[in-house]
Write a protein that binds this ligand. Sequence first.
Ligand code: 2M8
Length: 447
Amino acid sequence: TATGNRVAHRPTSLAARAATVLRDNDTGSLVTASPRLYPHMWSWDAAFIAMGLAHIDVHRAVRELRTLLAAQWHDGMIPHIVFTGDDDYFPGPDRWGTDDAPQRPRDVRTSGICQPPVHAIALRRIIDTARRTSKADAAIAEDFARDAWPSLRRWHRWIARHRMSGARGLVTIVHGWESGMDNSPRWDAPYLAVRPGADLPPYVRLDVLKVDDPGQRPSDDEYDRYLWLVEQLRRAGHQPDRVVETSAFLVGDVFVTAVFALASETLADLGAELGAPAAEIAELRKWAGQARDATARSCHPETGKARDFDVHAGTWLDTDSLAAFSPLLCGGLPAAAEERLVATLDGPAWSGHPDLIAAVPPSVSPHSEDFDPRQYWRGPQWPVLIWLFGWAFGLRGWERHASEFRAQGVHLASDGSFGEYYEPFTGEPLGSPNQSWTAAVVLDWLC
Ligand code: 2M8
């Protein structure tokens, strides 16, 4: 079937294509984030990818997370990129300068920052999928969960220790890349204050060579700032506390905070099922509570939308991005405030915008002056975010919303190209085609 000039695949054919993408991007021990643009493993991509793999082969799903956890730093941080041998991506490990960091694992090269902690959520989903498949699969997933639980707990402890002070209780990030939403307008103001030094070593961008239209990627000016922050991290020797003291970019990220709250609670529940130590479970619930409260407290008194906090400027950041709805991921708002936020999300500035190809929220509101329908994290729809919100809605008992997000997410991706992101009015796939996490969430929606 076709809508406009978009071809729409039937569910069985779409699922088969999604599985093929994951197989094609598989190097054996890891599935790269995309075939050309991102030839390595990314932390939060890997979590979603593993969840998709569980529908094909639970062994393979578990191996994906084992690969990621083998790259966990000794202090608990899960790095945002695990590099394969491929050197066709910039910045690679030499530029990150992580080889000298004493806490990085010896036999694998990684970046020196992290990404949203969605891993416990993926593990929960993998176990649930495996339990529906067979007793044997359930045993594989549960055995792995017993092994992985202490590592995930150390990861959450790292966040609680190093990133939970100084930003009104929100989890702080030291680079826009840590948010996963690299060039979101959320970070425009804090990035303005990042002034690349004259001693920024020269570099050549590779990303712009791998997309049809470089206009869908961040600008050169933005990249200078990204690379300057990498330089600062490297000069801080990738020591977590030194990094926080010296970074020109230091922001409390409300989306990461809400994900941390949701994932900590999920990890605590898993721990209770697996018989983990009670004190460790209680500590996770404490962090979840703190993060949930900080998320709720960030809401604007008039609009009710959640906000990020710029530590250096000492100001709240008001941006009409999807992160404004973060409290819906983790709960914690009074009932009336929550209802209002849900109504805003469903309304004409978001999912209810009459011109959207699929009734799911874009990364930035089409009513915002920052909105750009083709520009990366500045307007397109991202299936992976739709999955996350939809899953959280299901958990919260909002079945109608959860199934609506699932159906509309499938509709958005039904062209079968598995775009990294989509133009929200036409459904044109943008960025990289055959993006693994898009294939993974589509597979999860369909299975
Ligand atoms: C994008 O980020 C990387 C840097 O980490 C890049 O632009 O090179 C983001 O969309 C990020 O959220 C994602 O994890 C990564 C791989 O898909 O690509």
